[in-house]
Design a protein around this ligand. Structure first.
Ligand code: LRY
Length: 227
């Protein structure tokens, strides 16, 4: 799906909501994902991010805003849209932007990140968001042709500590490097203040997932506060 430069620019300074339920959870249903995504758009989300091919398809029909799609396969190592095959399937499901693992780790299909990005660009109209875990990842992802870079894997790929909130230092480092592609803040943005801080650190746009769309975790926060 084609996302025009104007449509991408329209995300500047805005909120993107990630709507994901995990395997075995009560809300793990593509129709539910689409309803949650539509609710987020009603609340002002400028784009949504969803996991799974059926989720992308259902959500595309339910919202008018750009859809960032991904396909998680497993939960260790390279698992966010790990191969070109996964990425093309996400693009074919209708995602405007395909989010892929954007780390410097070896990919399961043996392709480089540059080959993967080139393959997505050659075979689809989707833009590519590289989910990175460090400044070095972001630099390599930009060199590889990624259209957007995100801090999604900061604290999960072993290169950065897992901060309790967003990794604002990493955001500031990537922003200061001036790579020339939109920098998406993602990961552990749990409050409106965190979202504001992420923009102030230099993010182009901010993705919030758990704190808006994962009721089991949010409930746990409240339960813990009462314990
Ligand atoms: C590391 C990983 O697998 N991140 C995933 C990527 O899509 C999701 O599980 C996160 O919910 C998403 O990145 C949004 O972050 P948060 O839920 O912290 O706002």
């Amino acid at each position: 799906m084609l996302l025009s430069p104007d449509a991408l620019e329209s995300l500047r300074g805005r909120l993107i909501v990630s709507c994901q339920a995990y395997p075995g959870e009560p809300m793990r249903d593509p129709r539910t994902t689409a309803q949650v995504a539509a609710s987020a758009v009603t609340g002002g989300a400028a784009a949504v991010r969803v996991q799974g091919l059926a989720d992308v398809q259902h959500t595309r029909s339910a919202v008018e805003v750009p859809v960032i799609g991904l396909w998680k396969d497993g939960h260790d190592g390279v698992f966010i849209t790990p191969t070109l095959r996964h990425a093309l399937a996400v693009a074919n499901a209708g995602a405007h932007v395909v989010a892929i693992d954007g780390t410097r780790r070896e990919r399961p299909d043996g392709l480089s990140l540059a080959q993967t990005v080139a393959g997505i660009h050659a075979e689809s109209h989707a833009l590519v968001m590289a989910d990175c875990g460090s400044l070095q990842d972001a630099a390599a992802a930009v060199d590889a042709g990624a259209d957007l870079v995100g801090t999604t894997l900061a604290g999960y790929s072993g290169e950065r500590p897992k901060t309790s909130g967003p990794d604002l230092d990493l955001l500031a480092e990537i922003a200061a490097a001036g790579f020339g592609v939109p920098l998406i803040a993602e990961g552990r943005i749990h409050t409106p203040a965190h979202a504001r801080q992420a923009l102030d650190a230099g993010a182009f746009a901010v993705v919030v997932g758990t704190a808006i769309t994962h009721p089991a975790t949010i409930t746990g926060w409240f339960v813990d506060a009462l314990a």
